[in-house]
Design a protein. Structure first.
Length: 190
């Protein structure tokens, strides 16, 4: 996964100019920007810049894990509306909440299946998506205590013990004395 900087050749300050983003496939992402003219990205600043300037540079500036890339994007775009970015860094994918669309636009999106409706990921895309998520815990994972130790999730506990995460969850919620050492650990925030 990489962090990239989309900017004009005349731009010198990554902290205030251009667009900073994250992608698992920089070659594909750059091609998407090259053909974006007139398609109307959700980011009007970036759309207009791509249509207006012919000296746009796509530059990979950081290569790392998903979390490292998110942290780097947060460092470079700590607030909304910096350069051509409309959202603050760290949203993956970009946060488009709050964007108002007219009834006509919503109807056109529905008619044209905007999004991923009806399409299938290629084998290469599936492999790349899988690689980008390797080692990542699900967003709803909770630490769990078992007689065999403390684990970051029910899935990891189950894998260690040789049962499914589902079985670990059943034991956690069981009323049986036999499973009273299975429970979620409450995280404390300081």
């Amino acid at each position: 996964m990489v962090v990239y900087w989309l900017h004009r050749k005349t731009h010198k300050n990554i902290l205030t100019e251009g667009y900073v983003g994250i992608t698992i496939n920089p070659e594909r992402r750059e091609k998407e920007y090259r053909r974006v003219s007139g398609t109307g990205l959700h980011n009007i600043h970036l759309t207009r810049a791509l249509e207006k300037y012919d000296d746009i540079v796509f530059e990979v500036i950081f290569d790392g894990t998903r979390d490292e890339c998110i942290n780097e994007e947060i460092r470079l775009r700590p607030e909304k509306n910096i350069g051509w970015n409309i959202a603050m860094g760290g949203f993956f994918p970009p946060d488009v909440t709050g964007i108002k669309r007219s009834e006509k636009t919503r109807q056109l999106m529905s008619e044209n299946n905007v999004g991923f409706s009806g399409r299938k990921h290629t084998t290469k895309t599936k492999e790349m998506m899988s690689l980008s998520h390797k080692g990542q815990l699900p967003h709803n994972a909770k630490p769990v205590h078992t007689p065999f130790g403390i684990f970051k999730s029910t899935g990891r506990a189950g894998k260690y013990i040789g049962v499914s995460g589902y079985i670990i969850r059943k034991r956690i919620f069981s009323d049986s004395e036999e499973f009273n050492q299975y429970y979620y650990i409450q995280e404390t925030h300081t």
